[in-house]
Design a protein around this ligand. Sequence first.
Ligand SMILES: Nc1nc2c(ncn2[C@@H]2O[C@H](COP(=O)(O)OP(=O)(O)OP(=O)(O)O)[C@@H](O)[C@H]2O)c(=O)[nH]1
Ligand SMILES: [Mg+2]
Length: 218
Amino acid sequence: MHNITEIGMEYDVLRENVKIAHANHQLLTENNIRSVDIMGSIGSGKTSLIVRIAEKLTAKGIRVGAIAGDVTGDDDFKRMVSANISATNCNTGHECHLDANMVKRSLKKMDLRSIDVLLIENVGNLVCPADFPLGTDLRMVVISTTEGDDMVRKHPDIFLHSDIAVINKTDIAEYVDVDISVIKNDYSKLTGGALKMMECSVKKDKGVDEIISALKLW
Ligand SMILES: Nc1nc2c(ncn2[C@@H]2O[C@H](COP(=O)(O)OP(=O)(O)OP(=O)(O)O)[C@@H](O)[C@H]2O)c(=O)[nH]1
Ligand SMILES: [Mg+2]
């Protein structure tokens, strides 16, 4: 006969994460940095969007920093550095999401006086990042047409935890037999009609200015 002891670990981990997220937010605010947590599916175009946003902001004299969150490797980090973004790489090891403590450690490595905007690329995943706020001003989720038209129905939580939702790769919707209006309707229903999903093609530079405005980055 085994004795079973319940340990409320999940709750404590999430509560601790929220505490650190508050501290991150305070630090960013003290340094006048506007910050965004960019979540989304694998390959939906998160890095491409960050690079495009950074190009546009840099052209207006707004200084952009980024944290490249990935399980392993430095591919996205290198793309950001090539785009003249003050970036830091953050490998999560086995974790499928960034957490506030990882961001806290990354912020320590950055010169916060030298940036106006911080774009954090979360690990490509539509499940776990939802539960781990990082302390940013806003959270955005990016999906793309290549994932099909059922992402909102399958992963409602991440959309409900995001301030802004983007459907990217609209340029190839017809080639992958995806009707964007289905995705947008699902999102509208989920949010009770309060929010509209934004359409974007990073490749064709469509919708990116609107996203920057919605995020109030300029
Ligand atoms: N056709 C098309 N391709 C795009 C668009 N945006 C990104 N891509 C392509 O999609 C692929 C994945 O883009 P990434 O920016 O690496 O996506 P990601 O979300 O950062 O990927 P992970 O970090 O691996 O999760 C690349 O080959 C991009 O060139 C777009 O608007 N249209
Ligand atoms: Mg990426």
